[in-house]
Ligand binder design. Structure first.
Ligand code: ZN
Length: 319
């Protein structure tokens, strides 16, 4: 049996999985992500790999990390979460584990997992949005990850066509989709709505102890389930921006499916229905020309580990 390890370096934890060629996760391991400690992150990756490799023959290790990864998949050019700048992650990890290592963007490994083994496996081209604190993007075209000239393509969250000149973004520009369609944007919309129209936010305000600024993302979901008008409007706002962005992807990529992943997807149809509504409105005049369905991703938080492990397995065929 051919085994590889996939590792997902997140803002709070380094999670790893021992994965076979069918994309099945046979064992998992995790360590907390040390804040602002680059050597500590390498150590955490080493510990996760050592725990998973005990008693197994491992071919290679794939690593998914938030940030801009170089086109040769060796260097994190910029990662705001772990304050990396031009970090030679591949070589540093290789030096401590003595196995071949591939580094890839976290949303890219997630769509690769879905493309090979999850909700996009029936399609050769697909688009994935990860809706968490920010908005990540991954694109597969004709069975290849769209990586671009410098390795940094498919950053859909930083396309600013929806609101040029809008809110400042962590990427250094403004008006990016991420500022209007992330989990943080959902909470912001609910807070603003509750402050403006408290009568329409009765459930939300009750959950938050009466203080609009204390509203959390989880409370927005709970209140929307109970029919709270402001909470539902917050989901509609996020759905508006995501639906219109997804319609742009139809015009750019013509994918077979568009997937929504990330923590906010736990809200289910509360999030997916508004996305689909605005997506269909944006494409309403296509006169019977077919377009992709929008659906939830299937692999959940395992997608990154599964995708990274598979990219490591196929490391010699640059996808
Ligand atoms: Zn941005």
């Amino acid at each position: 049996m051919s085994l590889t390890i996939g590792v997902d370096i997140g803002g709070t934890k380094v999670g790893g999985g021992l994965v076979d060629e069918n994309g099945d996760v046979l064992a998992t391991a995790r360590r907390p992500t040390p804040a602002d400690d680059q050597a500590g992150v390498i150590q955490a990756v080493k510990e996760v790999v050592d725990e998973l490799r005990a008693g197994h023959e491992i071919e290679a290790v794939g690593i998914g990390a938030a940030g801009w990864i170089s086109s040769d998949r060796s260097t994190v050019m910029l990662a705001p979460n772990v304050s990396w700048k031009n970090e030679p992650l591949r070589d540093k990890v290789t030096a401590v584990i003595d196995l071949p290592v591939v580094v890839e963007n976290d949303a890219n490994v997630a769509i690769w997992g879905e493309h090979r083994f999850g909700a996009a496996k029936a399609h050769r081209s697909s688009v994935l949005y990860t809706i968490g604190t920010g908005v990540g993007g991954g694109i597969v075209v004709k069975d290849n990850l769209l990586r671009g000239t410098h390795g940094v393509a498919a950053e859909i969250g930083h396309i600013r066509s929806v609101m040029p000149g809008g809110r400042d973004c962590g990427c250094g520009r403004n008006g990016c989709l991420e500022q209007y369609a992330s989990g943080r944007a959902l909470t912001r919309a609910a807070r603003e709505g509750a402050a403006e129209s408290p009568a329409k936010a009765a459930v939300l305000l009750k959950l938050a102890g009466g203080d609009p600024d204390a509203i959390t993302g989880r409370q927005v979901t709970e209140a929307a389930r109970a029919g709270d008008e402001v909470a539902l409007a917050a989901f509609d706002s996020v759905g508006y921006y995501l639906g219109n962005s997804a319609a742009d992807m139809v015009n750019l990529i013509d994918p077979g499916v568009i997937l929504i992943a990330g923590g906010v997807v736990d809200a289910g149809d509360l999030l997916l229905d508004p996305i689909r509504k605005h997506y269909k409105e944006a494409l309403a005049n296509r006169n019977q020309v077919p377009f992709a369905e929008v659906r939830a991703a299937e692999l959940g938080s395992k997608a990154g580990v599964i995708g990274a492990a598979d990219l490591a397995r196929h490391r010699d065929i640059v996808p």
